[in-house]
Design a binder for this molecule. Structure first.
Ligand SMILES: *Cc1c(COP(=O)(O)O)cnc(C)c1O
Length: 355
């Protein structure tokens, strides 16, 4: 069995995988595979309803909000969010904390005025910048966790504007506080929720229907709200696996329990990075991500040899993103504490052999 540190698509719990595999063979008592049933069958409609109910329960989402399963990835939300809520004469605030934020900023500019309130680009995004948010913004957009750079907001900037947050790589990993502070939350499923192929969008309904433009039917959130995410054929299998992983999360204690487990996993790994003479952390300490742990070797000659050593011992997915280099261990919800302990032991052994 491998210890899977890939950044995304990423690790899922074994029990989720087993149940998904069974459903590919035969789904419930239908005598059919989950892959060959109608998205309008009562069995699949029940899956969709359960997935939505679990999301509402786990994140305390009220009826003021719609919960949608869309396609096109988080990348499509970069344009869909401003297209649906930002009129051409309105201003949205953005904080540039990494590659994904920068992409969101580029798209938003197509629809309205964009005020980039702060950026840590000059430091290759090693920290979360301080932000003073002016009043009068239509919304404030944040990337809660910077998957590539290993930084994370541990507190939102103060603002009276609704938050629009890309939570692709840390959704369901921690308590997100009062739902009413959010306008839109979106997340590609493939980091912390399920397999690639669907994007979760939680949107406050009263923000919609106010923009000064016509919207293509498929790009209008209201279309998907009216049709329960089934205006067209939704990604049946990815949604099913998301539902299984939400069930797994709930059965294992929900957000509070996973948050504590995530904090202790991250602490174990960062403590070793800080202790071990052959490794060093990359992100500013107070901004370190609990999901993506970026680090590097103090002697560049050790990078390839450590990756090789780790792979020989079943620890995979540790190479840093090409725009950052170094190493990255993604330690999402489904990664077991044993896998972090395994990696820490490999680092200790590597030090003993090479220091
Ligand atoms: C992976 C990722 C994305 C891109 O997601 P896609 O579903 O591939 O479009 C966007 N934002 C963040 C924070 C990510 O980690």
């Amino acid at each position: 069995m491998k210890h899977n540190f890939y950044a995304g698509p990423a690790v899922l719990d074994r029990t989720v995988m087993d149940e998904a595999a069974n459903a590919v063979q035969s789904f419930q008592d239908m005598g059919l595979s989950i892959l060959e049933i109608s998205h309008r069958s009562k069995q699949f409609v029940a899956v969709m309803e359960e997935a939505e109910a679990l999301i509402r329960e786990l994140l305390h989402v009220t009826d003021d909000y719609a919960v949608l399963f869309l396609t096109g990835g988080a990348s499509s939300q970069f344009f869909m969010a401003p297209m649906n809520v930002l009129s051409s004469d309105q201003t949205a605030g953005y904080v540039d904390t990494g590659t994904w934020s920068a992409k969101a900023i580029k798209e938003a500019k197509l629809f309205g005025k964009v005020n980039v309130l702060a950026s840590s680009k000059e430091d290759n995004y090693k920290h979360i910048p301080e932000v003073t948010v002016p009043s009068g913004l239509r919304y404030l957009h944040l990337t809660s966790n910077n998957t590539i750079f290993g930084t994370q907001f541990h507190k939102w900037p103060e603002t009276d504007a609704p938050l629009v947050v890309d939570m692709s790589s840390d959704i369901f990993s921690r308590d997100i506080g009062d739902i009413n502070q959010y306008g839109i939350i979106y997340a590609g499923a493939q980091k912390n929720l399920g397999p690639a192929g669907t994007t979760l969008v939680i949107v406050r309904k009263d923000l919609l229907g106010q923009v000064d433009r016509e919207l293509p039917t498929m790009l209008d959130y209201r279309t998907h709200i009216a049709k329960g995410s089934s205006f067209n054929t939704p990604p049946v299998f990815p949604i099913y696996v998301c539902m299984l992983s939400l069930r797994w999360l709930k059965e294992n204690g929900g957000i509070k329990v996973i948050e504590t487990r995530n904090e202790s996993k991250a602490k174990v790994l960062y403590d070793e990075i800080d202790r071990n003479s052959l490794f060093q952390g990359m992100a500013r300490e107070q901004d370190r991500s609990l999901m993506n742990v970026n680090f590097s070797v103090t002697d560049p000659n050790h990078e390839e040899s450590f990756l090789k050593y780790a792979a020989e011992h079943d620890a995979v997915g540790l190479k840093g993103h090409r725009s950052v280099g170094g190493l990255r261990a993604s330690i999402y919800n489904a990664l077991k504490p044993e896998s972090v302990h395994h990696l820490v032991q490999l680092m200790k052994d590597f030090e003993a052999q090479n220091a």
